[in-house]
Write a protein of this length. Structure first.
Length: 328
């Protein structure tokens, strides 16, 4: 979907994030420098004057919107955690690429209402402007959303992140944002939307980003409950018999209701305090600790409001652990 005024830097599936991983995520709002950065096929740059969005398919009013058209529409802010699902080639390997940000943009529902979507519509296909090869597949990056999700007020055609215009690295000038769902669904450099009565048939909905279940595969959509210990890290000085606070972040599509922490490698668990969430932000948990000297394996696990928890291993949201050496 190459366009006039568009340039692509081909870098393949890449990653940028803090050197210390989750232990650097110490602030409620994650700064841009600490937020992960991934792409399957490369980074797209397109001038604002050349960007446009086509809306077609099962609509009564097909349209093309320019950036100024979108900017003139009502906008809203929404705080949400933002998490990468990890490599679709290794879906059970936890990557913990996570941050908490504030998006601002036009609710997708407003655009769909203007386009007058058909009552027969069941899915919204969204295509990005990136192109190239990933895992021996050459096709544009396209994802889909059930109509019910697409019409929810928090799904945005985002123009800003943390009060700043989206850069090309962040998918600007416009990207889709689907709070509560893995980042693979938040299509960067969005260029077209197609309203359809079936799921999209491309590789990124059929071959990649599907998880096996006893009843078949399910799309990688809603974020499962997950938690990480931010402090202490394996690099922090921890002294024996000195009051210490174990704290971290917990998140998921559904609100987290409880977090447990183990200081003995999972032999026993203690209930941590859990803070509230705003919109779909992550939630902070804390547990006071008076450690004895020696090595300790710290773990955390969380449960959401409907009782879903974290598996101990072999999953993208597997229990997080930290090895800490407590000194006299």
């Amino acid at each position: 979907m190459e366009r006039v005024g568009m340039h692509m830097t081909k870098k393949g599936f890449s990653f940028r994030g803090p050197d210390e991983g989750v232990h650097a995520l110490k602030t409620w709002i994650t700064p841009d420098d600490d937020l992960f950065l991934v792409t399957h096929m490369g980074f797209v740059e397109i001038g604002s004057e050349h960007w446009y969005l086509d809306i077609d398919g099962l609509v009564g009013n097909p349209m093309r919107l320019s950036l100024s058209d979108l900017q003139a529409m009502p906008q809203r802010e929404y705080m949400s955690f933002h998490e990468c699902a990890g490599s679709p080639l290794a879906p059970t390997v936890p990557k913990r690429r996570i941050g908490n940000v504030v998006w601002k943009g036009v609710p997708l529902s407003l655009v769909l209402e203007r386009a007058m979507i058909s009552s027969d519509a069941s899915y919204i296909w969204t295509s990005g402007l990136e192109w190239g090869e990933y895992a021996e597949v050459q096709e544009p990056y396209q994802k889909d959303l059930p109509v019910e999700k697409a019409l929810s007020q928090e799904v945005l055609l985002a123009l800003e992140i943390n009060g700043q215009p989206l850069t090309p690295e962040r998918g600007g000038p416009v990207r889709l944002v689907v709070p509560g769902w893995y980042g693979t669904n938040s299509v960067k450099w969005v260029g077209s939307i197609t309203v359809a009565n079936r799921r999209a048939s491309g590789a990124y909905t059929t071959r990649f980003y599907n998880d096996p279940t006893p009843s078949g595969v399910k799309p990688v959509w809603s974020v499962a409950p997950e938690s990480v210990i931010v402090s202490p890290s394996q690099y922090d000085p921890v002294l024996a018999d000195m009051p210490t606070k174990i704290w971290g972040w917990a998140w998921g599509d559904r609100e987290i209701s409880s977090v447990e922490v183990s200081v003995d490698g999972g032999d026993s668990w203690q209930r941590a305090t859990v803070g509230p969430r705003e919109d779909r932000s992550w939630q902070r948990f804390e547990l006071p600790w008076n450690p004895a000297s020696g090595p300790h394996l710290l773990l955390c696990r969380c449960t959401n409001e409907i009782g879903e928890g974290q598996p101990p291993s072999e999953a993208r949201n597997a229990v997080h652990s930290v090895e800490v050496q407590v000194r006299n």
